[in-house]
Design a protein around this ligand. Structure first.
Ligand SMILES: NC(=O)c1ccc[n+]([C@@H]2O[C@H](COP(=O)([O-])OP(=O)(O)OC[C@H]3O[C@@H](n4cnc5c(N)ncnc54)[C@H](O)[C@@H]3O)[C@@H](O)[C@H]2O)c1
Length: 247
């Protein structure tokens, strides 16, 4: 069982399916968790269900100043930030071929899924550098490794997250800070509510285990990645795809 002595974790998209599942898991292990989400009311309500004095914070991860205020508030209230997980994300429009893509939608997906990872880490890495310790986890996707037809914006954004992770891992490798990513296949959450069933069926059919992943499986792997025990791996994208990707 990983141990997190007196640690503080921030999870963006923390009111959503995967972010909240990880928040529950970490809080049960004694981590003080801040759920950060664009839906402030939901973040506060969900944080109230967690043990270990959790907090809910409203911020849009595409808004640099809002994220700066959130980092300042959390460091003031909690004294430190050991773990930062970027789980805020959207699929954008799906079941479209590239010639049908709405460019404004593409830009929005890139801003929420990719640019946010840089915005938030620019703010939190200085906090971690002062501590000589940190764990950053970006939630990528199997779509970034394999490319999902019909999801060019999402696949492009998640491939970019994997590239950003590789670069950041190397930049901070000698500091006590690790930066990794995780690439899940389908784990049913609210994210799929607006996605055509044909797109969900296409993604699920590609999983050799013949099933979707679970929130618990995500939380277990993510918890290890952000734990002190995961100390000799950085810049890496952990696979969580039921055998779809074996690299
Ligand atoms: N569920 C899956 O099958 C799956 C698979 C691979 C990767 N992922 C990735 O995992 C992450 C979490 O996905 P999920 O399934 O929990 O989705 P979800 O829709 O349940 O949760 C996403 C959360 O992000 C928040 N959010 C959206 N835009 C935001 C913004 N601009 N600022 C702050 N918060 C914002 C939403 O309010 C929501 O609470 C996403 O990055 C997603 O791309 C999910």
């Amino acid at each position: 069982m990983p141990s997190f002595p007196d640690q503080v974790a921030v999870i963006t998209g923390g009111a959503g399916g995967l972010g909240y599942a990880l928040g529950v898991h970490l809080a049960r292990l004694g981590v003080r968790v801040a759920l950060l989400d664009i839906d402030a009311g939901k973040a506060v309500a969900k944080a109230a269900t967690l043990p270990s004095n959790a907090l809910g914070v409203g911020a849009d991860v595409t808004d640099h100043d809002a994220c700066a205020r959130a980092v300042a508030e959390i460091t003031t209230r909690c004294g430190r930030i050991d773990i930062w997980v970027n789980a805020a994300g959207i699929t954008g429009k799906t079941a479209l071929k590239s010639h049908e893509v709405d460019l404004a939608d593409f830009d929005r997906v890139m801003a929420i899924n990719v640019r946010s990872c840089l915005v938030t880490t620019r703010l939190v890495l200085p906090v971690m550098l002062k501590q000589n310790y940190g764990r950053v986890l970006h939630v990528a996707s199997i779509a970034g490794k394999e490319g999902n037809a019909g999801m060019v914006a999402y696949s492009t954004s998640k491939a970019a997250v994997i590239g950003l992770t590789k670069a950041q891992g190397k930049e901070y490798a000698d500091t006590g800070i690790t930066v990794n990513a995780i690439a899940p296949a389908v784990i049913l959450t609210e994210m799929h509510d607006t996605m055509p069933q044909s797109q969900i069926d296409y993604m699920t059919s590609k999983i050799p285990m013949g099933r979707c992943g679970t929130r618990q499986e995500f939380a277990e792997m993510a918890t290890f990645i952000v734990s002190p025990a995961c100390s000799f791996t950085t810049g890496f994208t952990f696979d969580l795809s039921g055998g779809r990707a074996t690299y």
